[in-house]
Design a binder for this molecule. Structure first.
Ligand code: GDP
Ligand code: IMO
Ligand code: MG
Length: 423
């Protein structure tokens, strides 16, 4: 039995989709266990280019089953759309995609509330993806969520929805929004439910059997460590857990089963949405990274903020998650930088300090300490063997290992499946 876990180690969009697409070849199951359709995992393979929001990125292999476990927030419309796109591209989804009935469902009022909270916060807004994630998760943890299993009994569902609308409509009305109609919601949500019904199956049971019969299980984390609700840059975070420990609650897999925990890191740093970002580059260099890295969100299309690699962040991410290895992506994007900086730690009032020493306000005040490295100024795009990398690229990667304390196992040198070095 081998359970492997892939985790984003910065602020999301590290290239988890690409790494999962590579690793899934040897996996019997690929499992999403956190987040919702705030995630956007880009895959480029023989079937085409896909932005996966809910369906696990391993669905492309014939023998690999894709599971959406209980920790994931479901958006029916996104899911149905994604299934349609996959089927159109010739990928089999029937008898391959299974969804836990324990998943909480994002309801129309969650998306409206997401927007209303952002509007109320004004300048201090989080910069959410607007998918209703925060409000849906709040309802889940305050026992007001609607689960997929509720749809199997129309009466229970209607009662639950009625209670929710009783409260939610009052809020919507008070804030000048149109109230929602129970019948309208039921009509559309049951039509969605019927479409996904063939995929609903307890994923715990599937995984439990798989563990007993020595199958390879790959867990696909969404978001990134610094968007974690507890350990990220709160309140500029997401609602669900992002850490390795989240697999237990989110899928039912016991932590002791996990063999590999791969932290995915971009060779530089990006972030979408608001919040502190110590190594952010606001000038020309930042723009160059946006342009060359095509740094626009796979979910919302927003321009990503860019900066130098922050080893202090990744050191913390490695420690708290227990990374056994890291995968460095987008090395090729740094191909034509004469000098490349790498943040080796922070100073506050001239004293050395660490990520864990403070909150978001503290992080706004720290000064990154940089090590300047010589660029390699030659193409690494598509390189598949470590020995073919330019000397300065090797030095840069060695510095990443030294500063973060974790060995590099994969180096991604392009967006396509085969553009990767496996060490
Ligand atoms: P995820 O959310 O972590 O799966 O990452 P996203 O898909 O949101 O963003 C990563 C982007 O980088 C996507 O457009 C990928 O196609 C692209 N990408 C991934 N790895 C590489 C790489 O090694 N080189 C280049 N040039 N692009 C990459
Ligand atoms: P993947 O899986 C990048 C960010 C949003 C915002 C904050 C809260 O593709 O890496 P939310 O909609 O979750 O309430 O927004 O979290 N965010 C992501 N940023 N990649 C993601 O997912 C993200 N999922 C959420 O931009 O700052
Ligand atoms: Mg993404």
């Amino acid at each position: 039995m081998a359970v492997s876990l892939v985790i984003g180690s910065q602020w999301g969009d590290e290239g988890k989709g690409k790494i999962i697409d590579v690793l899934a070849e040897k996996s019997d199951y690929v499992v999403r266990y956190n987040g919702g359709n705030n995630a956007g995992h880009t895959i480029i393979n023989n079937y085409g280019k896909f932005a996966m929001h809910l369906v696990p990125s391993g669905i492309f292999y014939k023998k690999t089953k894709a599971l959406i476990a209980n920790g994931v927030l479901l958006d029916f419309e996104t899911l149905i759309n994604e299934i349609e796109v996959l089927e159109k591209a010739g990928i089999k989804v029937k008898d391959k995609l299974f969804i836990s009935p324990r998943c909480n469902v994002i309801m129309p009022y969650h998306k409206i509330l997401d927007r209303l909270y952002e509007e109320a916060k004004g300048k201090s807004k989080t910069g959410t993806t607007g998918r209703g994630i925060g409000p849906a998760y709040s309802d889940k943890v305050s026992y007001n969520g609607i689960r997929l299993s509720d749809f199997f009994d129309k009466k229970t569902f209607s009662e639950k929805l009625k209670t929710q609308l009783l409260l939610k409509n009052k809020i919507l009305k008070a804030l000048g929004e149109k109230e929602l109609n129970q019948r309208d919601i039921e009509k559309i949500y049951f039509s969605y439910f019927n479409k996904i019904k063939p995929h609903i199956k307890e994923t715990y049971t599937i995984l439990s059997k798989a563990l007993k019969s020595d199958k390879n299980i790959l867990l696909e984390g969404a978001q990134g460590v610094f968007l974690d609700n507890d350990w990220g840059t709160y309140p500029f975070v997401t609602a669900t857990t992002v850490l390795s420990g989240g697999i237990n609650a989110g899928s039912g897999i016991a932590p002791r089963n996990v063999k590999n925990i791969t932290g995915v890191v971009k060779a530089y740093t990006t972030r979408v949405g608001a919040g502190p970002f110590p190594t952010e580059l606001n000038g020309k260099t930042g723009e160059k990274l946006v342009e060359q890295g095509k740094e626009f969100g796979a979910t919302t299309g927003r321009k990503r903020r860019c900066g130098w690699f922050d080893a202090e962040l990744v050191r913390f991410a490695a420690e708290i998650n227990g990374f056994t290895e890291i995968a460095v992506t987008k090395l090729d994007i740094l191909d034509n930088f004469k000098k490349i900086k790498l943040c080796t730690g922070y100073l506050l009032d001239n004293k050395k300090t660490g990520y864990e020493d403070g909150d978001s306000n503290f992080l706004l005040k720290v000064k990154p300490v940089y090590k300047t490295m010589e660029g390699w100024l030659s193409p690494t795009k598509g390189i598949k063997k470590y020995k073919d990398l330019p000397q300065n690229a090797k030095k840069y990667l060695a510095e990443i290992e030294r500063q973060t304390g974790v060995k590099i196992k994969y180096i991604s040198t392009g967006e396509k499946r085969d553009e990767i070095i496996n060490l």
